[in-house]
Write a protein that binds this ligand. Structure first.
Ligand SMILES: Cc1cc2nc3c(=O)[nH]c(=O)nc-3n(C[C@H](O)[C@H](O)[C@H](O)COP(=O)(O)OP(=O)(O)OC[C@H]3O[C@@H](n4cnc5c(N)ncnc54)[C@H](O)[C@@H]3O)c2cc1C
Length: 493
């Protein structure tokens, strides 16, 4: 079969590839963009509504973004940068809505207040200090704090009903928090991309091989799942937005930057309640503190979810261990990813993270009754029979070589790009979809340097993301202006 040519080849049809495709199409509509997705639908892995928690991560409620250092000081830098990154997402989504490229915002984003809730003297004093520091910053303006059970009962009636009043409790609340259906967002972006003659979507097709030709162009081999038909693409730029599948493809690319990277898969499960009379009593996302030894992404939370317009409650996540890198992946994924260049880091992470291994085993061994016991810490009157267990998506945490050649386990997201900017991969899963826009801005800045220097691309970037090129952490007035617009446009105010 004749080799096809394309300017941009996006591997995977999740939120990352869709966001990059959308931004590049806006920046230069003449770019030929090809998206290859191994499943028969787009957005069916981590990006799908029920495969993630749908929290518009902005640092409002996630206590793991504001760790307490050895001196007892709460550090807020990570929460500030995640908040600013989420503001970029809100700006791009507003631009897409205003242009008429996306449906009514409630089809993919809904206002759901974000709360942090703690109990016990030590945790209350942590939350008080966290609130003092965050609310003094313009990004967190309007964050409320209360230790008063009556106020807390107004904010989160289900969490307070039947709770014993025998220890100090406290919560913070941001009213303009959000629940995002990243599946719907992504499907709508791809629907828009499909309207262009310069965009091709190939479903049920996997990228199986890639190598760089001497002229710098990437030769990418794809295989259709059912017909087994093989096709070669010559692509000027390749984005490995394959979620858990990005690491194996990065390894296949052979670029020197891949060396030392490994992956540690963590699966997840939720308790889900769709009973209308329970669901209507809770309308917020209430995040607590992670158990000792638990990985940061296991922070328990009781959430209002709105997926396909239907409200439901979710509690979790309950972590688990599998060797698959994708929910619909293979149990050989982890073993296949062990290579000479990452063997040492992977072994040392295995040996030095026994706490995490023990935690994951204990989570896997839990019965439904035990999971409901954990739920009752947040919703004391919850009835076991109202809740069912649902399987969440896979997260492949990054294992990276440290300075001594050993491995460290990271819980963030990282972009790895070739030195010539012709290939980029996105590894890791947190804060994830919420910061997809900032992550894809990083890809564009790194891999499309020349084009981005042009006045046309600069102007378009500013049109899509009005704060582009400025620092929302420093510029209070700009933040207030853009937030005012995005909250109105996306109906989150
Ligand atoms: C349990 C859980 C909770 C989460 N909660 C949140 C949250 O509350 N808020 C938030 O912002 N983020 C959250 N995330 C993270 C978020 O879901 C991910 O960061 C995001 O969806 C990743 O998008 P992606 O496009 O990189 O990957 P994916 O959505 O996984 O898409 C990758 C696609 O690539 C395809 N693919 C893989 N290999 C190949 C190949 N060889 N050829 C072709 N196609 C391939 C896959 O089929 C898949 O469709 C959560 C994740 C999990 C698992």
């Amino acid at each position: 079969m004749a080799v096809k040519t394309t300017d941009v080849l996006l591997v995977g049809g999740g939120v990352m590839s869709a966001t990059l495709g959308m931004m590049l199409q806006q920046l230069d509509p003449s770019l030929k963009i090809t998206m290859i997705e191994r499943l028969d639908h787009v957005a069916h892995e981590s990006t799908d509504g029920w495969n993630n928690a749908g929290t518009g991560h902005a640092g409002y409620c996630e206590l793991n973004y504001t760790p307490q250092n050895a001196d007892g000081n709460v550090e807020i830098d990570r929460a500030l940068s995640i908040n600013a990154a989420f503001e970029s997402s809100l700006q791009l989504w507003s631009y897409l809505v205003n242009k008429g490229f996306m449906p009514e915002p409630s089809k993919f984003i809904n206002p759901v207040p974000h709360l942090s809730f703690v109990w016990g003297e030590e945790n209350v004093s942590f939350l008080r200090q966290r609130h003092e520091k965050l609310s003094a910053h313009h990004l967190f303006e309007g964050m409320e704090y209360s230790e008063d059970p009556r106020t807390l009962a107004e904010w989160m009636p289900l969490v307070m009903a039947g709770r014993k009043a025998d220890e100090p409790i406290a919560a913070t609340r941001i009213a303009h928090g959000s629940d995002v259906d990243f599946g719907s967002l992504t499907r709508n972006m791809i629907e828009h991309l499909k309207q262009s003659d310069n965009f091709e979507l190939k479903l049920s097709t996997s990228v199986v091989k890639l190598a760089q030709r001497e002229n710098g162009v990437w030769k990418v081999r794809t295989k259709e799942n059912f017909t087994k038909i093989v096709q070669t693409y010559d692509a000027k730029f390749v984005f490995l937005g394959a979620g858990g599948g990005a690491l194996p493809l990065l390894q296949k690319s052979g670029i020197p930057e891949r060396e030392g990277y490994g992956g540690f898969p963590v699966s997840g499960q939720w308790l889900v309640c769709t009973k209308p009379d329970v669901v209507k009593q809770h309308s917020s996302k209430v995040y607590g503190k992670a158990a000792i030894g638990a990985p940061p992404m296991s922070v328990p939370h009781l959430d209002t979810r709105i997926i396909n317009g239907e409200p439901a409650l979710l509690f979790g996540p309950f972590a688990g261990f599998t060797t698959k890198f994708l929910k619909k992946g293979s149990k050989w994924d982890l073993f296949g990813s062990v290579k000479g260049n990452n063997l040492a880091p992977m072994m040392s992470v295995g040996a030095n993270n026994m706490d995490l291994t023990k935690y994951l085993i204990s989570e896997v061994m839990q019965s439904q009754a035990e999971r409901c016991e954990s739920l009752r810490e947040y919703f004391p009157e919850a009835k076991n029979e109202d809740w069912t267990l649902a399987k969440a998506g896979q997260r492949v945490q990054i294992i990276k070589k440290d300075g001594e050649g050993k491995g460290k386990l990271e819980f963030g997201t990282e972009m790895v790009a070739s030195s010539d900017g012709s290939l980029a991969a996105l590894l890791g899963a947190s804060p994830g979809a919420s910061t997809a826009v900032q992550a894809m801005v990083d890809v564009i800045e790194r891999c499309f340097k020349e084009q981005l220097a042009s006045s046309e691309w600069q102007a378009k970037m500013k049109e899509m993301i009005p704060s582009y090129g400025s620092d929302l952490i420093e510029n209070a007035q700009l933040l207030r202006d853009v937030r005012d617009t995005t909250l109105k446009t996306l109906k989150l105010g």
